[in-house]
Design a protein. Structure first.
Length: 83
């Protein structure tokens, strides 16, 4: 039950939700795996989507150049592969 609270779980440690199968855990829409080409100032990065290059936010993840991130709504929501 990744990311869900257990009934009666007072005092129980909870795991953070995680992204899987290229799906956003917040809204269940598909995310797009993209490779980080360049890190920029203010938590932004240039990524290669495979069909274009886009500037996205990486403020929520610890991504580096060459890493593959899962992108949803111009926000990296998970690092799925590290270089």
């Amino acid at each position: 039950m990744d990311g869900e609270n257990q009934a009666g779980g007072a005092g129980t440690a909870h795991s953070a939700p995680s992204c899987h199968d290229d799906v956003c855990i917040t809204c269940s829409d598909s995310g797009l795996p993209s490779r980080v080409v360049e890190l920029r100032e203010q938590g932004l990065a240039l990524v290669d989507t495979g069909s274009s290059r886009e500037v996205i936010s990486v403020a929520l993840v610890d991504a580096g150049r060459g890493d593959t991130v899962l992108v949803h709504a111009a926000e990296a929501i998970a690092v799925v592969a590290r270089i």
